[in-house]
Design a protein around this ligand. Structure first.
Ligand code: AMP
Length: 210
């Protein structure tokens, strides 16, 4: 099954994509994680992307479309995949359609902006493997350490409050139009984000399997 996870930054789409990835045994492809890794490694496109990411802006369509094409061609995607954070613009969605890849469902995790602003401040991410945590809703077993690899969990630069406001504005302008784009294709399923992550996960899995 090929799925897209859509949602404002901080809505929890990455967390839910991870849950579904484990439940269905298909890879979660996070363009954000790939870009952060590239920035860390100092590759040419990674450095280009870093400035945009740190300011809360989007990385150019050319770069992310290139990354995605390469990633999706890998063997582990043959039985399906979850796109987490791609597409984020209408041209990216059009590029995906042009690749002739059939998307089965687009799951939107819907959370009000006000709730997001409160939530994002507690978000932590492993600086080594990129796994995500939340101090209140999804704490790691040992504070400050990743459950999966033992790396340090940190606050992402783009989770700083002023950057979050910019990212929300960018989401509404550039990414939210994708809801209509996929609704027209009959693929959009909206899951209302709940207070408890586990409750959202239950609804998300139901939506995927329906
Ligand atoms: P994320 O981890 O999905 O929140 O992504 C972090 C940042 O990476 C975003 O704020 C963008 O700067 C960049 N990014 C990730 N995916 C995309 C995409 N599909 N298009 C453009 N920029 C992206």
């Amino acid at each position: 099954m090929n799925l897209i996870f859509l949602g404002a930054p901080g809505a929890g789409k990455g967390t839910q994509a991870e849950v579904v990835s484990e439940a269905m045994n298909i890879p979660q492809i996070s363009t954000g994680n790939i870009l952060r890794e590239a920035a860390k490694n100092g590759t040419e496109y990674g450095l280009k992307a870093k400035a945009a990411m740190d300011s809360g802006a989007l990385v150019s369509d050319d770069i992310v479309i290139g990354i995605l094409k390469e990633r999706i061609a890998q063997d582990d995607c043959q039985n399906g995949f979850i796109l987490d954070g791609f597409p984020r613009t209408v041209p990216q969605a059009e590029a995906l359609d042009a690749m002739n890849i059939k998307i089965d469902k687009v799951i939107e995790i819907a959370v009000a902006d006000e709730t997001i602003k409160q939530r994002v401040s507690g978000r932590r991410v492993c600086e080594v493997c990129g796994a995500s945590y939340h101090v209140e809703y999804k704490p790691s077993k040992v504070e400050g350490k990743c459950d999966k690899c033992g790396g340090n969990t940190i606050i992402r630069k783009d989770d700083q409050p002023e950057t979050v406001l910019e990212r929300l504005a960018v989401y509404h302008e550039k990414t939210a139009p994708l809801k209509e784009y996929y609704a027209k294709q009959g693929k959009l399923v909206t899951v209302e984000g709940q207070e408890e992550v586990a409750d959202t996960s239950k609804l998300t899995l139901e939506a995927v399997k329906a």
